[in-house]
Structure formats: structure tokens, C-alpha cells
Design a protein around this ligand. Structure first.
Ligand SMILES: Cc1cc2nc3c(=O)[nH]c(=O)nc-3n(C[C@H](O)[C@H](O)[C@H](O)COP(=O)(O)OP(=O)(O)OC[C@H]3O[C@@H](n4cnc5c(N)ncnc54)[C@H](O)[C@@H]3O)c2cc1C
Length: 450
């Protein structure tokens, strides 16, 4: 009996979990990890080169990872925020990153349309909201930045009156609405990705953790509990679990897992929705550093995630008890919408996101070009990781394309220092971001500890 890893999974009809690998297998391309990255890469490789054998090995079951647990925001945000990206990477690269992300959102939307996927997709747009004058100032800077990047037409600045007309929260001081964004039910979507990857000819083995990778000059071998896989090319699509992968020390230093939490309310009555408005159903993120993300669900609930983060044990990656953070998220809902002061929370969960040292996604090679990994999508990987699947397919097939020329591919990313130094850095970054928020929100009254 599986305990659902998220609200989305708990509402999903019983899934069929495919058989684990037993015995020896030989494949052209092996993929570790059955999330958006791995499944998307598997399908794309098979569609481009049907003659290649492609197998995905998932430690638990498809949807167990972040891909089945997330907020479902199909969005263009790259890294932490554009102002930081431009500071670190300059205008040209920020522009290229934004174009990649716009393409990524479209890629997901078109995929859903093309295959008629049952992903509960709604192209609602997204609004980034500010609660304080300092946050409004940064929103205005963002608008200027988007204009400078030639992307102004995609965004609309909404002063407090306009944003509150749409979503009735007295806390919103301003917002930036972006039309090019949507929401999915992530668990449904990842199950659909499994279905179409199999239809394209990929094999999926679930309950098949890869225990060890052994690389030699003429083959790559993967050890599973009941078998062994020999492959020519390997894709490591384990995201925030990458530090648990054994056999290739370099993969362990690419990223660190950080835990983000989410809650879902009971169903709201029609009267409660009328009080809140929100008829356009746009998703919302706030303009904090430790952001909150919130949206409506198809079944009439409100889901809220983010705020403070936690740090899972890097070796076990066990689910975390984040009672205090869930309580804060509940408090934040009531703070935003005073009419929901009695609303109850019915589901609580969380999951790890993959954070690298410069908060910028990367796709790279380990050792030589036979082994490809992807990491560092932070909490903004729904669209990114799916397009990354296409980019990784091009790398595997040795096709140089516009996607493989994107500068996150094979960039010289900084490694996390090992042990307590690395752990200290991730905690220091999170404390810094928390202080930044506290400073920008000190004018707010009656604010719960968020
Ligand atoms: C709570 C939460 C909310 C989020 N909300 C959003 C959002 O709204 N919008 C957005 O853009 N992004 C969001 N994200 C981030 C987004 O979900 C991820 O970036 C994305 O799903 C990562 O996909 P992936 O395929 O790379 O990794 P995952 O989906 O994490 O898949 C990795 C898989 O690898 C498997 N694995 C690990 N080790 C092994 C092994 N040794 N052998 C075999 N398999 C292994 C794991 O079991 C897992 O299933 C959120 C993340 C979380 C956790």
C-alpha cells in the first residue's frame, strides 16, 4: 500500500506500477529517474531514433518525485528571478534564458494539445504580487527589465486597484500579470508522460533503484537490486536525489536538495469563491525571495506552497515533517483572505527541489559525453525540465541544435563543497533570503511568521 506523496496523487485513480527489472538488460540509452526530465528525454529519443533501445529506471514509481508533487505552474521563470539572473549572467544570457523558458511553456502546452493529454491544463496566466512598498519597487524594476529585454508585451503591470478587482485580497499592493503561463495537475501529467513514452517505444521499470554506476572505457553498467543494466549512453535525471547516486563522485557535488512544502484547503463554498473573486483562475506567486505559490484546483480548493524551506537528510532523502511550515502556510492563506479565517487544511505534503550554488539550471556531462545529467531547476522546473528532455535527446543523438547551444548546456557550474561546508552554505543562503524578506516586509502589520 503506497502512501500518496501529494494531494494530487491522493485524488488520482489507482495507478499501475510497472514491473521492476529482474536479470540482465542491455540498452542503448538508460535513463535514471522517471520524472518530467527522464520521461520527456525517453520519448524524444525514441521518436527521433526509433531503432535505439531506451529504458527508464525509476526507484519508486512514476510521479513519486517532484514531478508528481509540485504546484503545477507551467511558467517562464528561470532561476531565482530575472533581476538576479541579469546581475550574474548579463543581458544577452538573460534574454536567451527567457526565450528558452517561453519555448518551454509552449512546448508543454503543445504537447498536451497534440496528444490530448489528460493533464487538467488551463492556460490561465500568472500574476506576481507584492505586499509591501519595497516589493512593489522591485516589481517596477522587473517591468523595466522586461522592456529592456524586448519582452514587455508579455507582461502587464497591475496597480493595487486592478489586481484587487481580480483577486480580492487586501494585501496585494501591485502585481505583474504574464499571460504566457498555465496550470496542470502534475500527477496526472507525469502519468500521461509515462503513457506516451511507452507508446513511443521506451521501456519503463519502476521499483528499480539504481544502486551503483560503474563506468569503463567500453561500457556503462548499472546495478539494481535484482539485475544489471549495460548501456552505451546514460542520462541521470534524478534531480534533487542526485546526491544519493553512487559510483560517480562528481554528480554528488552538482546540487543540494531543499525541501518546499505545500498545503491544500477543504473545498470552498460558492460564497467563499465569490468573496475572493479569482474567476480568471490565474496562478499567483508573491514577490518575496522565499516565495509563496498559490492557485485554485479544479476541484474547488486552494493550494498554497512555499515560504520557509527545510533541509532533508542528503543520504536518506526521507519525507520531512514540516508542521511549523504547514502551519505558516495556513496562516498565510488566512492573512491574504480574511474571509477564509475558518478555512481548514485537508492535505499537507512537500518535496525536494534541486538547488545549485549559483541558483541556475544546468545540463552537463560527467566525465565524457556518454553520461548526461540535469540539475538545479529550483522550484521552477515544470516547463524547463520537459524542454530539457528534448535538449538532452539532441545531446544523446549528437545533433547540434539551437537547444544544445543554450548556454546552460555544459556550462562550468560551481560545485557544492562537501560535508558541513556545503550544508552551511545552503542554510546561510536560506537565512539570507529570509532576512531579505523580513526587511522588505517590516512595514506590514498583523503578519504571521512566514
Ligand atoms: C512541492 C513542490 C512544488 C513545486 N512547484 C513547482 C511549480 O509549481 N512550477 C515549477 O515550475 N516547478 C515546481 N517545482 C519543481 C519541479 O517540480 C521540478 O523541477 C521538476 O518536477 C523536476 O523534474 P525531474 O524529472 O528533473 O525530477 P523528479 O520529478 O524529482 O524525478 C526524479 C526521479 O528520480 C528518481 N530517482 C532518484 N534516485 C534514483 C535512483 N538511484 N534510481 C532510480 N530512480 C531514482 C526519484 O524517485 C524521482 O522520481 C516544485 C517542486 C516541489 C517539490
Amino acid at each position: 500500500m503506497i502512501k500518496p506523496a501529494s494531494f494530487w496523487e491522493s485524488q488520482h485513480p489507482k495507478i499501475v506500477i510497472d514491473e521492476p527489472l529482474r536479470g540482465a538488460a542491455r540498452v542503448d540509452v538508460a535513463i535514471i529517474g522517471g520524472g518530467f526530465t527522464g520521461l520527456s528525454a525517453a520519448r524524444e529519443i525514441k521518436l527521433s531514433e526509433p531503432a535505439l533501445s531506451v529504458s527508464v529506471f525509476e526507484a519508486q514509481y512514476v510521479g513519486y518525485g517532484a514531478s508528481g508533487r509540485n504546484g503545477g505552474f507551467n511558467m517562464t521563470l528561470f532561476g531565482l528571478e530575472p533581476e538576479i539572473t541579469i546581475l550574474r549572467w548579463g543581458q544577452q544570457r538573460t534574454q536567451e534564458a527567457q526565450h528558452y523558458m517561453i519555448r518551454a511553456v509552449e512546448y508543454v502546452r503543445e504537447l498536451i494539445e497534440q496528444y490530448d493529454l489528460d493533464s487538467a491544463y488551463e492556460h490561465t496566466g500568472i500574476v506576481r504580487v507584492a505586499y509591501s512598498s519595497a516589493q512593489v519597487k522591485r516589481l517596477k524594476n522587473s517591468m523595466e527589465l522586461f522592456q529592456k529585454l524586448g519582452l514587455g508585451a508579455n507582461y502587464q503591470f497591475q496597480p493595487s486597484r486592478q489586481i484587487r478587482q481580480s483577486i480580492h485580497s487586501p494585501r496585494f499592493q501591485a502585481g505583474i500579470f504574464e499571460k504566457n503561463s498555465g496550470i496542470i495537475n502534475p500527477f496526472k501529467h507525469v502519468q500521461e508522460l509515462k503513457r506516451i513514452a511507452k507508446n513511443a517505444g521506451a521501456s519503463i521499470y519502476e521499483r528499480t533503484p539504481i544502486l551503483k554506476i560503474e563506468k569503463s572505457s567500453n561500457s556503462i553498467k548499472l546495478q539494481t537490486p535484482d539485475g544489471i543494466v549495460t548501456c552505451n549512453r546514460l542520462i541521470i535525471a534524478t534531480n534533487a536525489w542526485s546526491n544519493t547516486v553512487r559510483g560517480l563522485p562528481r554528480i554528488r557535488s552538482r546540487q543540494a536538495p531543499v525541501w518546499t512544502s505545500q498545503v491544500v484547503t477543504q473545498k470552498l463554498s460558492e460564497q467563499q469563491w465569490d468573496d475572493i473573486g479569482w474567476s480568471q483562475r490565474q496562478s499567483v506567486e508573491d514577490n518575496r525571495q522565499l516565495i509563496h505559490y498559490f492557485r485554485r484546483t479544479r476541484c474547488g480548493r486552494l493550494t498554497m506552497g512555499g515560504g520557509n524551506v527545510a533541509f532533508p537528510n542528503k543520504n536518506t532523502m526521507e519525507s520531512m515533517n514540516t508542521v511549523k511550515i504547514w502551519k505558516d502556510l495556513h496562516g498565510h492563506i488566512k492573512w491574504l483572505f480574511p474571509s477564509l479565517k475558518d478555512i481548514q487544511i485537508e492535505h499537507r505534503w512537500g518535496g525536494p527541489v534541486s538547488v545549485n550554488l549559483d541558483m541556475t539550471p544546468e545540463i552537463g556531462f560527467i566525465g565524457d559525453q556518454r553520461i548526461i545529467y540535469s540539475a538545479g531547476c529550483i522550484g521552477h522546473g515544470v516547463s524547463l525540465t520537459q524542454l530539457n528532455g528534448r535538449t538532452i535527446a539532441d545531446l544523446v543523438l549528437e545533433n547540434q541544435t539551437e537547444l544544445t547551444d543554450f548556454w546552460i548546456v555544459n556550462r562550468k557550474a560551481l560545485a557544492w563543497p562537501p560535508g558541513w561546508v556545503g550544508d552551511g552554505i545552503v542554510r546561510a543562503i536560506s537565512t539570507g533570503l529570509k532576512l531579505w524578506d523580513a526587511l522588505e516586509e517590516r512595514e506590514l502589520q498583523e503578519k504571521p511568521d512566514i
